[in-house]
Design a protein around this ligand. Sequence first.
Ligand code: PEP
Ligand code: MG
Length: 401
Amino acid sequence: MTRITGVRLRRILDSRGNATVEADVLTESGGFGRAAAPSGASTGEYEALELPPSEAIAAARKHAIPRLVDEAFAGDQRSVDGALRAADGTDDFSEIGANSAVAISMAAAKAGADVLGAPLYQHLGGAFRGENFPIPLGNVIGGGEHAKEATHIQEFLAAPVGAPSVSDAVFANAQVHGRVSELLDERDLPAGKGDEGAWAPPVSDAEAFDLMEEAVADVADDLGFEIKFGLDMAAAELYDDEEDGYVYGDDVKSTAEQIDYVADMVEEYDLAYVEDPLDEDDYEGFAELTDRVGDQTLICGDDLFVTNVARLQDGIDAGAANSILIKPNQIGTLTDAFDAIELANRNGYDAVVSHRSGETTDATIAHLAVATDAPFIKTGTVGGERTAKLNELIRIAEDAT
Ligand SMILES: C=C(OP(=O)(O)O)C(=O)O
Ligand SMILES: [Mg+2]
């Protein structure tokens, strides 16, 4: 019933105005799934490769589609993703592009769910999923590779850990975003937005900490539940080999200083979450920081692990981090993403599902987060391509309860 009868690929626009790959998958009983690849800006060095969309589409038409049509079953995700891997023949999807691969993989999952008449989160996660919902981490102030002339730290993330429901959490993050705008206005600071819709004011990181602290406290007081905050430091972008340290404008921190700095911030601000606090090759530094503050906060590897089981296993062996960021396009297929989540969970690591800075209105990751019982989902706060996922979470919660 879920035998694939057609795969169509096209170029569509993403939120940055760049082209990306969209896939449609059709099945013999009339099932249909559509999904689009997101795209990173602060990409990890070890991610699967995104090809220019026209090239990725041409290569997938030549190599992958013949292995899928009449051959693979949309309801059997491992068969679809196995065919994609076999068609590509490389470790990093450099032949057909991780963008073609992930779009087809996610579209096939949706076609499979369509045939079964089940919501995607249930098809992916099984009949017992839908009891727990991820807390959305809302990017409200940011800079780094996502906005020029703004903070060095890439993302300051509201974390409404006490929210009684997904919907309350989603609206709390939007309120924190709004409160930051008011605080910036009071301080006469101009506020453009970065790629993910976070405010990108020309302030120091220290001032951004102040703004976050005040904004989450104000909104928590108003709503009556606890809101913490966290960070994506995207430290691989700050690390400079030649300087042998982390560059914050004129200030350069050695690895030891960076670890102290992050540990101090975890203590001072009671941070709920710290992503990529160290360079993507520094397992040792991650392990030291995890040893110091891993019992108080999530230390999450994004560029460190790139959703890759081999890199995650190295991290587990080294005691580096206590959570992994899951971005399906970093590795190329949903099967690979699930394998990373399972390995993480078996070893006591939390798996946090995430969007990319370049997005479409595709909402697959909302289902992936519910399907895998992710404790957090990173998917922005405002803006159509971000609210597509947040609103989908609200709908899933309504459907599941
Ligand atoms: C979402 C992120 O940014 P990008 O998609 O640019 O890698 C991130 O670093 O977590
Ligand atoms: Mg990151």
